[in-house]
Design a protein around this ligand. Structure first.
Ligand SMILES: Cc1ncc(C[n+]2csc(CCOP(=O)(O)OP(=O)(O)O)c2C)c(N)n1
Length: 263
């Protein structure tokens, strides 16, 4: 797919800061759609509010830019009204796991036929860098100026436990694995969830001595480790350790999606 076919020229330049991981996520989505059997004609994007949620607006496809935390209910409605659509949700850790957390676990439970990408930058980027449900312990944010003392969510583990069919987590550094997982998730029926650990040099970086993009990326490398063989069996979820986060494919199963259960 060419740049012209994927991006909306009239929306350029993008609002994202230099070094933001959303650029990589967009490129990986572009490559994954091109590699998959899905046609852009059949795709619609849905997002909430946040930096990552703005990504959908730059893509040359039908899209719904909705309210903060509500992308999944809008996406659910869209999918039910037009089941032929491949509905893709893009959101941040705040959008999907804080205000939208309950919608998230229920989309997983229902195994809604949606493809969801969470750009997890460990902070509320758009609103100035407040603590999010994924902020690691000790990290500085606008609302944890002495370091967070809250336990973070492992949103991929939550998605597996909730009942999603496909769950994978990578950092922006593993582009090949990220694209491959996106292709698998796009082609799978039911709820597919891809978590992308992503740099935010401006809000997260500046507060945590990694404003320089290289430092933020190296931190992501040291924060993560490959999960067992990069692929976990159903239900064998390695929960988040207090310090390091496993990356890999955490579940890949074929539970019947919402609307197709025989009674
Ligand atoms: C109901 C409501 N509450 C709060 C906000 C303010 N708000 C906008 S974006 C955002 C959080 C953004 O963080 P995240 O979803 O992680 O996305 P990021 O900007 O980091 O990509 C918040 C709290 C809002 N727009 N609507």
């Amino acid at each position: 797919m060419t740049e012209e076919e994927f991006y909306r020229k009239e929306m350029m330049p993008m609002v994202f800061c230099p070094g933001c991981g959303i650029f990589t996520v967009l490129e990986c989505i572009k490559k994954a759609i091109a590699k998959s059997s899905i046609s852009m004609e059949d795709v619609a994007f849905v997002s909430g509010i946040g930096c990552s949620s703005r990504a959908a607006g730059y893509i040359m496809a039908d899209s719904l830019h909705t309210t903060h935390g509500r992308a999944l209910p809008f996406a659910t409605g869209l999918k039910l009204s037009n089941p032929a659509l491949k509905v893709i949700v893009i959101g941040g850790d705040g959008d999907l796991a804080a205000i939208g957390g309950n919608h998230f676990i229920h989309a997983c439970r229902r195994n809604m036929d949606l493809f969801t990408v969470c750009v997890n930058n460990f902070i509320y980027g758009m609103t100035g860098g407040q603590l999010s449900p994924t902020t690691p312990i000790g990290c500085l944010t606008e609302t944890s100026p002495y370091g967070s003392t809250e336990h973070p969510f492992d949103i991929s583990a939550l998605a597996c436990a909730g009942g999603a069919n496909f769950v994978a987590r990578w950092t922006v550094r593993q582009r090949k694995e990220l694209i491959d997982s996106m292709v698998r998730g796009l082609e799978k029926k039911g709820f597919s969830f891809i978590e992308v650990l992503s740099p935010c040099p401006t809000e997260f970086g500046r507060k945590n001595d990694m404003a320089e993009i290289k430092k933020n990326l190296v931190w992501l490398d040291t924060l993560t480790f490959p999960g067992r063989g990069y692929e976990f069996k159903d239900r064998e979820i390695e929960l988040i350790s207090s310090e390091r986060i496993p990356i890999g494919i955490f579940c890949d199963r074929d539970k019947v999606p919402y609307g197709e259960v025989d009674i």
